[in-house]
Design a protein around this ligand. Structure first.
Ligand code: OAD
Length: 293
């Protein structure tokens, strides 16, 4: 126990005694890398460093709404080759969020990921905000006919751009590209959730994209935040003060922790950090059961 920073021990105690009961989670591509999907911005392994062959006018063009309208092929190719070829499954970190729900403490799960693994982990519809949409469903951009991910994957085996069966329209996944409108109620919901939140857990995101990143900066003072990211301390998390003081090392898992009075930063692989966190909470067995069932 004395190997844990005081703020982390306090968070664990408060979850145990029921005084933390509104946890909000915010995740990004880093929680799906263990499922074989690259993230976007990690140097060399991230998607944005692997797109030279696409001759894009700018790095993020592939996820840009206006660019997609002119040239939809690169997006479909990336979705086919990088997102779904390996039939990804939810990771331990996805199941940890489901476990928070089962333990009755999850208020909301915000995911920026379009892979749909949060749904596949069983996180309930009313707890889940897919802020950038999902690949799990698709629709015709002209007649709005609805299609599924398996249908789209089948199409992409033989066509670079899937076309509607009922009209000449392009069938596009239900994802929100840069420059397109986010869900109407997103910012209202974020405001309500952040107002009620006792603990924010941020995992595997660079926090580079608005508006979900503002969940971090709009937290009230004296509320707890846990950040989990593999980046080292040279790569500071935006909106988070450097946590000075002791560095707590967990060499078995290649994880280290820094903490201030309300913020805990866990540096390491998400799944390794989740192993530690569930251990401290006494939830390791429940997590294994959840994954196995
Ligand atoms: P990024 O690629 O920007 O950030 C992923 C973060 O996860 C980085 O900070 C990595 O250090 C960290 N990371 C990677 N693997 C990890 C692991 N195994 N364990 C712990 N941390 C790990 O991805 P996002 O923050 O999700 O938008 O990007 C946000 C948005 O930008 C995406 O939703 C997408 C993109 O452009 C759209 O497509 C609209």
């Amino acid at each position: 126990d004395n190997k844990l920073p005081a703020s982390l021990r306090c968070i664990v105690n408060k979850i145990e005694d029921g005084s933390i009961k509104n946890v909000v989670t915010l995740v990004g591509a880093g929680i799906s890398t263990a499922a074989g999907i690259p993230d976007f911005r990690s140097p060399s392994s991230g998607l944005y460093d692997k797109l030279q062959e696409y001759n894009l006018p700018f790095k993020t063009a592939i996820f840009d709404g206006s660019y997609f309208e002119q040239n939809p092929k690169p997006l479909f190719r990336v979705l086919r080759d990088c997102f779904f070829k390996t039939h990804p499954k939810p990771t331990k970190t996805h199941f940890f969020v489901k476990l928070l729900e089962e333990k009755g403490v999850l208020r909301r799960h915000y995911t920026q990921n379009i892979d749909g693994l949060d749904r596949l982990a069983g996180i309930s519809h009313d707890k889940l905000v897919e802020a950038h949409g999902t690949m799990q469903s698709a629709h015709c951009s002209e007649c709005q006919e609805v299609y599924s991910l398996p249908w789209m994957m089948l199409q992409l085996e033989s066509n670079p751009v899937p076309k509607c069966a009922k009209c000449p329209g392009v069938v596009r996944p239900d994802i929100i590209l840069f420059g397109e409108y986010l869900p109407d109620d997103l910012t209202k919901r974020m405001k309500e959730d952040v107002g009620e939140c006792d603990l924010l857990i941020v995992m595997g995101t660079s926090l580079a994209v608005h508006p979900v990143s503002t969940l971090v900066t709009s937290m009230r003072p004296q509320k707890f935040r846990i950040f989990i990211n593999k980046s080292n301390s040279g790569n500071r998390i935006p909106g988070v003060d450097p946590c000075c003081g002791r560095r707590y090392e967990f060499p078995d898992k290649q994880v280290w922790v820094e903490a201030s009075s309300c913020d805990v930063i866990m540096y390491g692989d998400c799944d390794d950090c989740i192993d530690l966190l569930t251990g401290w909470l006494g939830w390791s067995e429940s997590l294994i059961e959840l994954i196995q069932n």
